[in-house]
Design a protein around this ligand. Structure first.
Ligand code: GCU
Length: 612
């Protein structure tokens, strides 16, 4: 931590140089980029579990030593032990425990776990093959919130953060034949977590995305990235991992339009650059062209499907491939349709949501709020042609002055950027949502912005800012503006507060003239099917009128470059407990939780159709 605090200090002093060395320090030890196309075993399916509310199975920093009879991660056949009789007894049995389908949050799995917030141990038994000199890794796409991973009784890794992937090497712990994987998942958030305890979305604890056992040769390609430069040339990097990583030839092929060979340095890393391929079709929402890209080295191959496009700002315009674009979007949580969602974002579930935006709302953009969504969703955005705003959950407030918390945020950003930097759809990295202005907060966000610039200078940086109102004039008064490429604000005039709907079109915006502005949120609750001629709040009529008037207001903002109204679908939130109108759901969706379309949906769809 001392080293890190020093590094933070250096980077505040040195700016981008400091950020660059810090970014290197933040690189996840293992990336396994493209692992969904690797030789691997998907461990989805039935897992057994054991609740552990008092964390008896976890030896923790507070000096609690887990009693062996409570250590759920032990590689032990309890039934067989019990059959032997004798004094020894156990207060768990992972083999005969209740079963839950993984991936998916426990809150939706069992009624008694609906509001469970704490530690649960999960076990998956699986068969593995001989490695014959190769290596094996476990890759988790997301575990909310803290994960403690054991294989055959040995601790192989841990992770903090509910929405980003992590991988651990298990070449030594793995057995040929049957293996016992035990994962302790602790959903508890606190004042030092990201996010902290209070948000406007549901907890969704558990192993919420797929887990894979990945096989590789002894030397393999851990990461590879390519992007299009503004001059049309292509650049990137390759990182090998293993005894044969240094001085290795890497053959790179981009579909049938280009190829190049590079050689790795002593650290197994190689920079890639090649001139603009003549036949390159650029990626855009209207033509989301993706190329099959292959990296081959040391007998290993990494494949990915990559689109090539440029994104930039020019005064108050956002330029995609050099042309101005208006972002016709909506915000969305990672929550599938249905009355009892488990945050299990299968391809089908994700396609259903993104399809509403692309094909029904006539949208070309989605804000994936307030945390990194699943890799499945990002790949679908690439394939379907939807531009993406991506953020990590620095939401409302975090422990701004705490270097350990800053390190978590920067590490979470690094995990997200390394995971998604080959996704053409992603154009914006956001560093925060609705965080009240203060010096420690602005320093924190500035560090995040510098981190993003060091990790990925090819994309734009933004943040969803709060606004100030003086009578009918809205202003952004935030020192963080200097750090951002694109300004974004959340505004709820006409819902929170007492503005009359009729006054909305007349509201004035006092914002910088030479910067693109996005309305990152605006919205009003409506209970699907509740109609009121008097246009009362929570009625569909109110929400539709709210949209009409807010869009009229938006049309008068000269620097407006896009919007992502709040929100595509009603979503679960423990802060919304009106028994008749909300019942645990935030009702600002344009669609109900089961997909029923509200009147406002058509208001926005018509608006985007004429803007297209
Ligand atoms: C905020 C916040 C959202 C929240 C929304 C609301 O702006 O960013 O997470 O759900 O307002 O109040 O509905």
């Amino acid at each position: 931590m001392k080293k890190f605090a020093l590094a933070v200090f250096t980077f505040i002093l040195l700016g981008s140089q400091g950020a660059a060395c810090l970014a290197d320090d933040l690189r996840p030890p293992l990336l396994l980029t493209g692992s969904h196309q690797r030789d691997s075993q998907d461990l989805s399916g039935p897992w057994t579990y054991s609740r552990d509310l008092y964390r008896t199975g976890l030896t923790d920093i507070n000096g609690w030593v887990a009693k062996s009879r409570m250590q759920r991660y032990r590689d032990i056949d309890v039934a067989a032990e019990e059959a032997k009789g004798g004094a020894t007894f156990f207060e768990f049995d992972m083999d005969r425990g209740p079963v839950m389908t993984i991936p998916g949050a426990w809150n939706a799995a069992q009624p008694e776990l609906r509001y469970y917030d704490g530690l649960i141990w999960f076990q998956r038994k699986f068969n593995a093959r001989e490695l014959r000199g190769g290596r094996a890794f476990l890759r988790f796409e997301a575990v909310n919130y803290r994960a403690h991973v054991y294989l055959n009784g040995k601790e192989v890794g841990k992770h903090e953060g509910g929405f980003t992937p992590f991988a651990v090497e298990v070449s030594e712990a793995l057995r040929a034949g049957e293996n016992r994987l035990v994962v302790g998942v602790d959903s508890q958030h606190d004042a030092q977590s990201i996010p902290t305890q209070i948000t406007d979305w549901d907890l969704y604890g558990g192993i919420t995305r797929p887990v894979r056992l990945v096989y590789t040769p002894s030397t393999f390609i851990d990461d590879a990235m390519l992007h299009l430069n503004r001059d049309g040339s292509i650049a990137g990097s390759v990182q090998l991992n293993g005894p044969g990583a240094a001085g290795q030839q890497v053959a790179i092929r981009i579909g049938d339009i280009a190829s190049v060979n590079v050689t790795t340095d002593a650290q197994g890393r190689a920079a890639v650059s090649l001139p603009a391929p003549r036949k390159l079709q650029r990626w855009s929402p209207d033509s989301p062209t993706l190329y099959d890209v292959q990296f081959a080295a040391a007998g290993d191959t990494l494949r990915d499907r990559i689109g090539f496009r440029t994104i930039a700002v020019d005064g108050s315009r956002i330029l995609l491939n050099g042309k101005p674009i208006f972002l016709r979007g909506v915000s969305m949580h990672e929550e599938e349709f249905g009355p009892n969602p488990a945050r299990n974002m299968s391809e089908q579930a994700s396609r259903a949501l993104l399809g509403e935006i692309k094909h029904k709302l006539h949208g070309n953009y989605v804000r994936l709020s307030h945390y990194p969504h699943s890799e499945t969703t990002l790949r679908l955005a690439d394939e379907m042609g939807l531009l993406v705003w991506s953020e990590i959950p620095v939401y409302w407030t975090v422990d701004w002055d705490n270097p350990a918390v800053l390190r978590k945020a920067l590490a979470m950003q690094a995990e997200t950027i390394y995971r998604d930097r080959n996704r053409a759809s992603v154009i914006l990295w956001s560093v925060g949502n609705e965080t009240p202005v203060s010096a420690p907060r602005t320093r924190f966000h500035a560090a995040m912005a510098a981190n993003v610039r060091a990790l990925d200078p090819t994309r734009l940086i933004s943040a969803a800012l709060l606004v100030e109102r003086d009578k009918d004039v809205t202003t952004i008064n935030d020192p963080l503006l200097e750090q951002l490429d694109v300004l974004a604000v959340n505004t709820y005039a006409g819902w929170y507060g007492d503005d009359r709907l009729a006054d909305l079109p007349g509201l004035k915006w006092n914002v910088p003239a030479n910067r693109p502005l996005i309305l990152s949120e605006f919205g009003a609750d409506a209970l699907a099917g509740y109609h009121d001629a008097g246009v009362k709040k929570f009625s569909e009529e109110y929400q539709a009128a709210y949209y009409r008037n807010t869009l009229a207001m938006a049309d008068r903002i000269a620097t407006l470059a896009g919007m992502s109204p709040w929100v595509l679908k009603d979503f679960r939130s423990p802060r919304r407990e009106h028994p008749l109108l909300q019942n645990g759901w935030n009702r600002k969706g344009l669609l109900s939780e089961t997909g029923a379309r509200k009147q406002a949906f058509d208001v926005l769809a018509d608006y985007y159709k004429q803007k297209n």
